[in-house]
Design a protein around this ligand. Structure first.
Ligand code: 13P
Length: 298
């Protein structure tokens, strides 16, 4: 039996579903039941029928699944798959911000720990950040923790925003000069980037979207070539679903070492042992669920 066959067999025996983020290794995406962006994965986690969720992504994503599906066993095949962006802010930081800016709403990007979410008023993802900030009644907002997504949102709304100074090191490695060089080579290529990119990169883009938003844009667009400014894993789906189009990764350095920690071997072992589990403690879960539900209900 191949490792893929072993995983599929065990998955059925253990009544498990495999969810994978768009940045996962190609072979991990290929064995998953569903591949998507963080908003899609959150929505699916809330509706899963299977008893076990094998979550192929990073820690905060598995925590979000655990918050939304408390009766399921959420397994993250490598517990060290973290998110340096999420680690730029602690619940104590959020408490201090709330003390200092009393009449501001805290809008937290989903790339935050469950404890930070528990201190926040609303959650957003890159797919809905502008619409969440637009739709909420508050006019004064503290946006945490991604400064680039915050910049992008602030450009599209009239609300007053204080922005935390965090960033994703993987997206930060994509430089404006990378885009300019590729544009010189492929003059007709469209520049499509994730809002976690530096603002100088965002300013060069034809389209800014979440990972699944990028996939949707490319599918519906009538162009042939695309310069993609996000993590390398997205190129797998883009090429698979659009074999007639050409894709150029903006920088060969745009590889997230944490997303790449999930391998087929680790998925197999985690299905055999049903661990390591990510379980958000109930007192935190109750508080973190509210801002997530506000987002999902908007
Ligand atoms: P998406 O919401 O676009 O999937 O992005 C998640 C993420 O962590 C980007 O670094």
């Amino acid at each position: 039996m191949t490792i893929q066959e072993k995983i599929q067999k065990l998955k059925r025996e253990k009544n498990a579903i495999i969810l994978a983020h768009n940045y996962q290794l190609p072979e991990v995406q290929d064995i998953a039941d569903f591949v998507g962006d963080s908003l899609e994965l959150a929505r699916i986690s809330a509706q899963v029928k299977e008893e076990v969720i094998i979550f192929c992504g990073v820690h905060f994503m598995a925590e979000t699944a655990s918050i939304l599906a408390p009766n399921k066993k959420v397994i993250l095949p490598d517990l060290f798959a973290g998110c340096p962006l999420a680690n730029t802010i602690t619940p104590e930081d959020v408490k201090s911000l709330k003390e200092k800016y009393k009449n501001y709403a805290i809008v937290a990007y989903v790339n935050t720990s469950a404890k930070v979410k528990a201190e926040s008023d609303y959650i957003c993802t890159s797919a809905n950040a502008i619409s969440v900030v637009e739709k909420i009644p508050e006019e004064k907002i503290i946006f945490i923790p991604d400064r680039n997504l915050g910049y992008y949102v602030s450009k599209h709304t009239k609300k007053e925003m204080i922005i935390w100074n965090g960033f994703c090191p993987t997206h930060q490695r994509i430089l404006p000069q990378d885009i300019i060089n590729l544009k010189e080579k492929y003059k007709d290529a469209k520049v499509v980037v994730h809002p976690e990119c530096r603002k100088e990169v965002l300013d060069l883009a034809d389209k800014i979207a979440s990972t699944s938003g990028i996939i949707k844009f490319v599918k519906e667009d009538d162009g042939k070539r695309y310069i993609i400014g996000t993590e390398a894993g997205l190129l797998h789906r883009l090429r698979k679903e659009n074999p007639e189009k050409e894709f150029y990764l903006a920088s060969s350095l745009a590889v997230c070492p944490n997303m790449k920690k999930i391998t087929l071997d680790k998925i197999l072992t985690s299905l055999e042992n049903l661990e390591p589990e990510v379980k958000v403690e109930e007192s935190v879960r109750e508080k973190a669920l509210k801002p997530i539900e506000r987002m999902l209900n908007l």
